[in-house]
Design a protein. Sequence first.
Length: 156
Amino acid sequence: MKYLLIVLSMTLLVSCHSDEQGDVMRNQKIVENQIQEVIDALEKSANKADPSLAEPYIMMDDKRFYEIEDFIPEPFGANTLREIHDWVRKNGKPGNNVRYTKQRIYLLSPTTAYATTIQELNFEKPSKSRVTFVFLKSDGKWEIIHAHYSTMPKKD
């Protein structure tokens, strides 16, 4: 009887642990899909030359927001991003301008995640950048609190 109780206890422990792992995996997939939707909105926004499609997913009203891009010498905040968006509204041309590929999404906590991706730009001089987005979940939706773009060296 003693051995039967030990076996049943071990089975129960393994079963509970397995259920927890399943919950974590399901939650990870849900988060990945939600964050992929944000990245897709950024791509759509760039290809339509319409920043208003991306702005709901960027925490520009949060004082912690900032971005790093190669063409701007220092990290910048929301005011500079708004200026860039205004320029795009006036001068941007719709087309297949941007594509994000090879996304990897990592959940750090229930309200924090990051994603890495490759951004392919198709303007006069096509280029690629490595990108990292940091996301915070606020009021049930994932938004970008930080972005870092690094141009990839061209292959000869």
